[in-house]
Design a protein around this ligand. Structure first.
Ligand code: TYD
Ligand code: MG
Length: 467
């Protein structure tokens, strides 16, 4: 029953008091509901809803008497102070960021645990500290100050200007940032830091969101550049995923296959530069080393004189890289033949096999087919089709694909080969690495005539070439 004229309990205490209430938040996608459910109705994840206490904004807190003082400005009169950038010690990192780290920006470095995120950032921070400038701060919630020191010494990057702070309470972290003029700050990792007023555990979606939000606000206010480290969960999302991606200026992914030394840095979001450049690193005993010529690295262990391998010049941003595509076709012992691909879309592989069957008459339905792209690279360009087909057909026929050849082109459903973008750059990279011939789509030729081009206009021309 409504109580006329009688104030509620919280109104007695005062209109500015914040109100806490419990909600159920999906830890995968951030969906919020008042009741618990076994499955998130938004992203369909099972068992992902967790009770979190939200602090509702105090009543009347949005109506401010004082404004921020920012006025609308004609766009032509907006001050052009350019984008001052911090030139980082790794050329590969600068390339991915689009020319260095923008001052005052907040970047997120995401990746699997153990992939090398802390190593990369410690090397960047330590090397920067050795160049003159303001002090830098490495905040770690995962390792002790001593552990970080030992690692920095082993990597040869310890310096007086690099400060370490093993702290996870955001109140203390913000207090340190308020009083000291650090130029660049690393928070490793954002999942270990917590805001004490929120009762949910560190790493939960509301904690991660709150921590990132408060750090970002301070960074913008004080012109501090921040690198957040975020661990990726099993499904490949950043825990508290959507929340963080939208808040930060840049999202970088650090990837690689376990047991392989290559690491690839790519930008997934970049407010200040491109998102299609990649940086390639090699994890050694002395830390990460940038790879000046990635193609050489990817082709280093390529088997010679073996059927089932072909070389594809992939465009990663503006840069061509040569990668080895492996195919294996073996007689199936199941009713439904297996199709499996690492580094290539499985559905696209199924489509290519159907085209091979229909247009070139190869009986792929009797074969289990596996495709593997070496070096942890993922091929998303349609131009990779012809290389995948070449590797699989080479294995199927037991015929070696020439070791001095590269191959690229998109395969259409009619078995026709379609033109690929940047043919000239692909051919140039192949010729630079000593390849003598290229199987190319119609209309592609090498303007420098440094590599012999053979036009492949349909999928059966490729099969005939290999027979
Ligand atoms: P780390 O940077 O701790 O990973 P993350 O912060 O992403 O969890 O990297 C740890 C791995 O890197 C560990 O398996 C050991 C390896 N590593 C090297 O091979 N060489 C090195 O010089 C360093 C520091 C680490
Ligand atoms: Mg780490």
């Amino acid at each position: 029953m409504a109580r006329c004229g009688q104030p509620r309990a919280d109104e007695f205490i005062g209109v500015t008091m914040a109100k806490a209430r419990s909600q159920f938040v999906c830890q995968e996608c951030g969906y919020v509901d008042q009741k618990w459910m076994g499955r998130c109705p938004d992203c369909q994840a099972w068992n992902s809803l967790v009770a979190e206490t939200m602090i509702a904004p105090a009543k009347g807190s949005n109506s401010r008497a004082v404004t921020s003082g920012i006025e609308p400005t004609p766009i032509t009169r907006v001050a052009e102070d350019g984008l001052p950038r911090i030139d980082l010690p790794f050329r590969e990192v600068n390339r991915v960021l689009g020319g260095g780290l923008t001052r005052g920006s907040v970047a997120l470095l995401a990746g699997d645990p153990g992939i090398g995120k802390s190593t990369l950032l410690l090397q960047i921070m330590g090397t920067l500290a050795n160049v003159k400038g303001k002090p830098l701060l490495y905040i770690s919630g995962e390792e002790s100050a001593r552990q970080i020191k030992l690692r920095a010494e082993r990597l040869g990057v310890a310096h007086d200007r690099l400060f370490v702070l093993p702290e996870t309470n955001l109140v203390d972290i913000l207090a340190h940032l308020e009083k000291s003029p650090f130029e660049l700050v690393v928070v490793d990792s954002v999942q270990t830091v917590y805001w004490p007023d929120l009762p949910s555990v560190p790493g939960s979606i509301s904690q991660v969101r709150e921590v990132a939000d408060r750090l970002i606000r301070l960074a913008k206010q004080k012109d501090i550049t921040v690198f957040l480290v975020g661990h990726v969960n099993k499904e490949g999302g950043i825990a508290g995923p959507m929340a963080l991606e939208h808040l930060v200026d840049t999202v970088l992914f650090f990837e690689g296959e376990r047991g392989q030394p290559y690491r690839i840095l790519r930008a997934m979001k970049n407010r200040f530069g491109p998102t299609d450049e990649v940086g390639v690193f090699d994890m050694t005993n002395e830390g990460l080393r940038e790879v000046a010529n990635p193609s050489e690295l990817f082709l280093k262990h390529r088997p010679k004189n073996t059927p089932g391998t072909a070389v594809f010049p992939v465009m990663e941003g503006t840069r061509p890289l040569l990668v080895e595509v492996q195919g294996l076709a073996t007689h199936t012992s199941y009713g439904v033949p297996l199709r499996n691909a690492v580094g290539f879309d499985k559905n696209r592989l199924t489509m290519l096999l159907a085209v091979l069957e229909k247009r070139a008459g190869l009986r792929m339905e009797t074969q289990d087919v596996y495709v593997n792209v070496v070096g942890g690279i993922r091929l998303v360009e349609p131009a990779a089709d012809l290389a995948v087909v070449a590797a699989v057909v080479s294995s199927f026929l037991g015929k070696i694909f020439p070791t001095d050849a590269v191959v690229f082109g998109e395969v259409g459903l009619a078995g026709e080969i379609r033109v690929a973008s940047r043919g000239d750059a692909r051919l140039k990279e192949a010729s630079k690495l000593g390849f003598a011939q290229a199987l190319v789509p119609p209309g592609t030729s090498d303007p420098q005539k440094s590599i012999r081009c053979q036009t492949i206009d349909s999928i059966d021309t490729l099969v005939d070439f290999l027979r």
